[in-house]
Design a protein around this ligand. Structure first.
Ligand code: HEC
Length: 184
């Protein structure tokens, strides 16, 4: 009986260690795309977001869907900051209008690339990874990419865009972690 219990505990720990909710890397440092991120907490969808008014608006604007691992979400609601091992996934999807019975507005269609923002103290804190369409593993983006500077400068909380994640805004404001002045 004791042995069976021990075996159960070991198996349980092995399964826990394999959970996709913590960031997992390959030996060469690439990040694995979490297989179950679509079962995580949904934060928001942006459509056709642009950060400059230069050039014409995209007539076929993509959606981006943002998900976070449930443990990090619960931690954020309690403290207003992201705990270590936070994994935020931004999934890009094409959009279409005249599809099926839809005559106006836009709906989401096929998936494209993904980007991940991970907070991992064992690897120096926040980092971005890029996943081209269909890729199951993503490359670390170097610190001189504009991802880092824009997120640090304009993200409302801890280099993330909480000002666009409606279910987190109140928690961050209540805990005093929401940077003033980024909403306008
Ligand atoms: C000029 C500003 C800007 C730049 C540059 C930028 N982003 Fe973002 N990013 C945003 C905004 C705004 C959002 C919120 C998206 C939404 O609301 O749908 C966001 C959200 C994200 C998220 C979701 C988690 C989070 O941190 O809020 C990821 C992942 C992400 N971006 C990755 C990247 C990567 C990778 C790059 C570089 C290749 C990049 N971003 C460059 C503005 C930027």
């Amino acid at each position: 009986m004791k042995r069976i219990l021990l075996l159960g505990a070991v198996l349980g720990m092995a399964l826990f260690a394999q959970s996709d909710r913590a960031p997992r890397y390959r030996n060469d440092g690439k990040l694995l795309l979490p297989a179950d991120y679509r079962e995580w907490i949904f934060l928001s969808s942006g459509i056709g977001m642009r950060y400059s008014t230069d050039g014409a608006a995209n007539p076929n604007p993509p959606f981006d869907n943002v998900f976070v691992n449930p443990e990090a979400y619960r931690g954020f609601l309690k403290t207003g900051i992201w705990p270590d091992k936070t994994v935020l996934v931004l999934e890009v999807r094409r959009s279409e209008s005249q599809l099926s019975i839809n005559k106006d507005g836009r709906v989401q269609t096929t998936g494209g690339a993904a980007e991940i923002h991970v907070k991992d103290a064992s690897r120096g804190g926040w980092a971005f990874y890029e996943f081209p369409r269909g890729a199951k593993e993503g490359d670390l983006l170097p610190k001189d990419r504009d991802c880092y500077s824009c997120h640090e400068k304009d993200g409302a909380v801890d280099s993330t865009f909480v000002q666009f994640y409606p279910t987190l805004i109140d928690a961050a404001k209540a805990k005093g972690t929401f940077r003033q002045g980024v909403e306008q």
